[in-house]
Design a protein around this ligand. Structure first.
Ligand SMILES: Cc1cc2nc3c(=O)[nH]c(=O)nc-3n(C[C@H](O)[C@H](O)[C@H](O)COP(=O)(O)OP(=O)(O)OC[C@H]3O[C@@H](n4cnc5c(N)ncnc54)[C@H](O)[C@@H]3O)c2cc1C
Length: 395
């Protein structure tokens, strides 16, 4: 097989760049990484080649692929199958004892434990590494003091490769069809996965506002990562939504480069750390809009303004901003199963002490569940526990 020429333009602190590189690595694909962080010449080259300012930008054999989501689409549609050394299982011909949904700490650990029990395991996941890839330094996953998120997850993956575990990466599960004699999982690319038991380890994702214009203008002014996309809006007015630590940090970062920053919060008070609150309150670039709710994001091709409404008076304001950074926390990835399983008010899957959900044969582990502690070490342990209980169930 001829080695493909893969090039990726990245910045050191960009989580989507890490996710894209983790995906390529896990497929066994080498790439040339152009770090454009402080390199204007490379930045210009990227814009000229891709027509985009957002990162990452990926090229395969000089063909423009796009960003992280485009890479995932390509992987899931089988567009990279000819280039990779790993075989994708044929879902129409095979069935499994256990299908694990998710490749974060919970999903990877669960898959290893299940394979060690001799189960036929399929691990299907949209990305590889989950939220851990967003972390620069991890000091509390023993004994890997000071490791980075991407390095830790590559070590998880290396460990996993010692076992016979079928993997479907870049694949999103869109529904579960629970049946008495086994379950059918449906994927975004129309695959049907047949399995006797299921283990959901789907973690969490960034919470969205759910207002008109948000979906249409995503990546064109609507962003969920000020660290990644903030630099595009240098010398322009922007808004940040969210009064917790992420919102305050995003507002302070943007205050260094934007002309003005509107920080929109629903409550009467900021809720992040006191030191961050003080910095925000002392900034002459940040206007805190208290008791306001965003009602609409407006613009044809790009964000041109947003509408916000005062929750006490009902009075509306239109803010002329070029970008809105949404930093309002995380939500469990339970959209695809909430019709079938019992979930709590926070959309977390309710499990018992055996990681069993409300449907027999469907287990869950990690941040997607109602366990209190959302940590790597806890998720990994919960994954192990859930796999052992699934094995007992199958026995
Ligand atoms: C910025 C940040 C920093 C953090 N720092 C630390 C830290 O220092 N120490 C620590 O212990 N914890 C930290 N955490 C928390 C830690 O990352 C999580 O607790 C942990 O990753 C949860 O693991 P998980 O496997 O349950 O879920 P995740 O890591 O969220 O993995 C979920 C997996 O499921 C997949 N998935 C989701 N939906 C679907 C679907 N429909 N179909 C297929 N696949 C799907 C995803 O692609 C992913 O592979 C941090 C979190 C963040 C966001």
């Amino acid at each position: 097989m001829n080695k493909p020429k893969i090039e990726i333009y990245t910045k050191t602190w960009c989580p989507y760049c890490r996710r894209a590189k983790a995906m390529l690595k896990s497929l066994g694909l080498d790439y040339t990484d152009y770090d454009i962080t402080d390199n204007e010449e490379l930045q210009q080259e990227m814009v000229e080649r891709s027509g985009k300012k957002t990162i990452p930008q990926i090229f395969i054999n000089d063909q423009k692929i796009g960003g992280y989501d485009d890479l995932i689409e390509l992987v899931s549609s089988g567009g990279l199958d000819d280039l990779t050394e790993f075989e994708r299982p044929n879902c129409s011909e095979k069935d499994w004892d256990l299908a694990v949904i998710g490749a974060g700490p919970a999903g990877m650990t669960a898959s290893v434990y299940a394979a060690r029990k001799g189960l036929k395991v399929l691990m299907a996941a949209r990305d590889i590494g989950g939220q851990v890839l967003e972390t620069d330094t991890i000091d509390n996953y023993l004994p890997e003091y000071g490791t980075s998120g991407p390095d830790l997850m590559q070590n998880f993956l290396k460990h996993l490769r010692n076992y016979k575990i079928d993997t479907l990466f870049g694949e999103e599960i869109t529904d579960i069809n629970p049946q008495a004699e086994g379950h059918i999982l449906l994927t975004k690319s129309d695959k049907k996965i047949k399995t006797k038991a299921v283990l959901i380890a789907a973690g969490t994702k960034k919470r969205q506002l759910g207002v008109p214009g948000e979906h249409q203008l995503k990546d064109n002014g609507v962003s969920y990562c000020a660290t990644c996309d903030g630099y595009i809006y240098e010398n322009q007015p922007v808004a940040v939504v969210g009064g917790g630590n992420s919102g305050l940090e995003a507002a302070l970062d943007m205050a260094k480069i934007a002309t003005e920053v509107y920080l929109i919060i629903r409550g009467e008070q900021l809720s992040g750390d006191k030191s961050l609150q003080d910095k925000v309150n002392n900034s002459d670039k940040i206007e805190v809009c208290k008791s306001y709710q965003t009602t609409e994001i407006k613009g044809e091709q790009k964000v041109e303004s947003i509408r916000i409404k005062n929750l006490n008076t009902g009075k509306e304001r239109e803010l002329n901003v070029k970008a809105i950074f949404i930093e309002i926390g995380l939500i469990p990835n339970t959209g695809f199963i909430c019709e079938h399983l019992d979930i709590n008010q926070g959309n977390e899957i309710i499990i018992d002490a055996n990681n069993q959900t409300s449907i027999e044969g469907i287990f869950a582990a990690g941040d997607v569940t109602d366990i209190r502690d959302k940590q790597i070490i806890v998720s990994a342990a919960e994954g192990a526990k859930a796999a052992l209980r699934a094995n007992e169930y199958l026995n």
